[in-house]
Design a protein around this ligand. Structure first.
Ligand code: NAP
Length: 243
């Protein structure tokens, strides 16, 4: 049995915590604390930032953590970098669990961009855009007062300007519903980050079927070091580092 910290906030982190608890480990999952009613992971839960690399390193030492499993979202780049730095400082094994990115099919019409700022800049003036990048990254889109924005988020967004409307929803989504939304709202651009995973993929299939162009924000690179795509592979890694 090992004392493990899972950095969470994803479906993979929930599955990982369940598998690790099932394997007899003492697991704590950490959440940033931004979601009002997060799903409860197996094992223990803590919530809120650690206070940078320093704070995380102190936590790892204080809690006598033996391995750090970073299962944060592919776009949670700050936390991933902090995890790598703190684990190195404490001389602890650390793994990044990273779900595979979505890949364009030949019939897709993707414009890949490197940031949400460039995604907002890529929208043609006067178009109707469905924006699904998360509520933390809306600013560059809200600045596009020449675009009609339909913004989809899980959590509420306060005080949107007149050219933006909010639809709140949490996946998993169905392709038929996604097609109905794109058609009903006469969407001409779908904006998304390349999160990967099953739950949000139907919007891409809907866009493909309807010929709607997609503005796709590329992922940041993960920190150097071991990276696996599945929970099963993460368990294999743990067996190799914990004796
Ligand atoms: P981020 O920009 O990489 O991290 C910003 C700060 O938030 C970190 O420095 C850390 O604060 C705190 N933090 C982030 N994840 C944490 C965790 N699991 N436990 C404790 N503190 C955490 O992170 P983000 O992109 O805002 O994502 C925040 C959370 O939402 C993550 O758990 C992520 O998995 C989840 N999420 C993110 C996205 C996305 O698109 N970015 C989408 C879905 C879910 P301190 O420096 O104080 O430790």
């Amino acid at each position: 049995m090992a004392r493990l910290l899972v950095l969470g906030g994803t479906g993979e982190a929930l599955a990982l915590a369940e598998a690790l608890v099932g394997a007899g480990h003492a697991v704590t999952t950490s959440l940033a604390g931004r979601t009002a009613a997060p799903k409860r992971p197996a094992g223990a839960l803590r919530s809120g930032g650690f206070g940078g690399v320093e704070g995380l390193a102190e936590y790892l030492t204080r809690e006598r953590i033996e391995a750090l499993l970073d299962a944060t979202h592919p776009f949670a780049a700050v936390m991933a970098g902090n995890a790598a730095a703190a684990a190195a400082r404490c001389d602890l094994p650390r793994l990044k669990l990273l779900r595979p990115p979505w890949r364009a099919e030949p019939e897709d019409r993707w414009q890949e961009v490197v940031s949400v700022e460039s995604a907002a800049a890529a929208l043609p003036a006067g178009c109707h855009a469905l924006v699904t990048v998360g509520r933390q990254e809306l600013a560059p889109f809200l600045a596009r007062t020449d675009v009609a924005l339909l913004i989809r988020t899980i959590e509420p967004v306060e005080a949107l300007p007149g050219h933006a409307r909010l639809v709140r929803a949490r996946g998993p989504f169905a392709v038929a519903d996604e097609m109905a939304l794109l058609e009903a709202e006469a969407i001409e651009r779908l904006v998304t980050k390349n999160a990967g995973g099953e739950a949000a993929a139907p919007k891409l299939l809907a866009a493909r079927r309807l010929g709607v162009p997609v503005v796709m924000v590329r992922r940041p690179s993960p920190p150097e070091g071991p990276t696996v795509p599945t929970v099963e592979a993460a368990l294999g890694w743990l067996d190799s580092v914990i004796r």
